[in-house]
Design a protein around this ligand. Structure first.
Ligand SMILES: C[S@@+](CC[C@H](N)C(=O)[O-])C[C@H]1O[C@@H](n2cnc3c(N)ncnc32)[C@H](O)[C@@H]1O
Length: 374
């Protein structure tokens, strides 16, 4: 079946609901990842403005080649790789039918990345990208784009799996999408550091059931060291939901929660606690979202929120807090306005419609805001 995305037409395996998640012999295609791909194209455009030398792009797990085709249409010198021969053939046909240059190769992405160097590498695997991260950071010059769909291990819901995959301790909290993102970024920053490179997140987001990060590489060991200083731990009170964080590789959990005295404190880390994006770059990505993109509206809205998000390692959920306080929720604008009027920083966070960031403590938030029932 043909699908149109970003003004291009590609053939993908036809399935009843339009998705073919690699089941059976079908080549993988997931229409719900269109937002991810639209943001990727806008990021490639913005990145090219920042670094006009970036020209080669590896779609390392290409499936139908839809990402590679879209990157080729932006003028990138594209290689689509996949382990599945049918996928490679489909990617080759999709490049050709759009009149685009580029090659499709039947290769294990790890072997290919060990042999060749690319300016931009895009990892879009089933589940975790960790098995591909070493080769990607070793072989990429400028930008590594990475998707992770294994949200349960990342956010601590499947904690042992998260520890095994990401070599860090995730915890299942009320800010689980951000926990997942910061576990992923921690693992990516530490992996790049093995090659004396800093992998600086210039844009990251969590949407639906995946985390996505764009990491700009700086091949100076001193920069890798500086980025490692952004790793640290989050301490989370299971009773009052108060949380604290501390930079550094050694954890110093408090004996009792300073806010409520509970001893039920979870420690998560080492997590990446630094900025998840470069706001000016995200604004530039937003400017490069264009009307032919099917998810333009959602992409702009998400990017606006990411760019404006107050830089703190964890977010809160208004509904969760109101439940804790036995209160009715108010509109988000009203709630955030009350926090700001009381002198605190407060912004929405892109993780959900009721997610927000602030520098107020939970007790301060309770004091500064009103019950929705008046
Ligand atoms: C999630 S799909 C990729 C989806 C695609 N990027 C898109 O946007 O529609 C993952 C793909 O990775 C391929 N794959 C799995 N292991 C691989 C490996 N070691 N090297 C290259 N491709 C691999 C699978 O055959 C599958 O086509």
């Amino acid at each position: 079946m043909d699908v149109r995305e970003g003004g291009l037409t590609v053939e993908v395996p036809g399935a009843r609901d339009g998705a073919s998640e690699g089941a059976g012999d079908d080549v993988f295609y997931n229409p719900t990842q269109e937002l991810n791909r639209d943001v990727t194209v806008a990021t490639l455009r913005a990145y090219r403005e920042r670094d006009d030398r970036a020209s080669s792009y590896l779609d390392a797990m290409a499936a139908s080649g839809i990402r590679g085709v879209r990157a080729a249409a932006e003028g990138f010198d594209v290689t689509c790789a996949d382990l599945d021969e049918d996928a490679v053939e489909l990617a080759r046909e999709n490049l050709a039918r759009n009149g685009l240059d580029g090659e499709a190769v039947h290769r294990n992405a790890n072997a290919l990345m060990h042999e060749s160097v690319f300016d931009v590498v895009d990892l879009d695997p089933f589940g975790t990208p960790v098995p591909f991260a070493d080769a990607a950071f070793a072989s990429t010059r400028d930008l590594v784009c990475v998707t992770a769909t294994d949200t349960a291990p990342l956010c601590g819901a499947h904690q042992n799996s998260g520890i095994r995959k990401y070599s860090t301790l995730p915890q299942n909290t009320d800010y689980h999408p951000e926990m997942g993102l910061r576990v992923l970024l921690s693992a990516m920053v530490r992996t790049a550091a093995r090659y004396d490179k800093a992998a600086v997140p210039v844009l990251s987001h969590v949407t639906r059931h995946y985390a996505r990060a764009y990491l700009e590489l700086d091949a100076r060991a001193t920069k890798a060291d500086e980025l490692l200083e952004e790793l640290g731990h989050v301490y989370h009170c299971e009773d009052c939901l108060e949380r604290d964080h501390e930079f550094g590789l050694i954890a110093h959990p408090p004996e009792a929660c300073p806010a409520c005295g509970s001893s039920r404190t979870l420690v998560a880390g080492p997590l990446y606690l630094g900025p998840i994006c470069e706001p000016a770059f995200v604004e530039s990505v937003r400017e490069h979202v264009t009307e032919e993109m099917g998810e333009a509206k959602r992409a702009r809205s998400m990017l606006d929120t990411v760019a404006e998000e107050f830089d703190r390692p964890t977010h809160y959920d208004q509904h969760r807090l109101c439940k804790l306080w036995n209160r009715s929720a108010t509109g988000m604008d009203e709630f955030l306005g009350e926090l700001r009027a009381a002198g605190y920083e407060a912004t929405r966070a892109h993780y959900s419609g009721t997610a927000f960031k602030t520098d107020a403590s939970i007790a301060e938030m309770r004091e500064a805001t009103t019950d929705g029932d008046g």
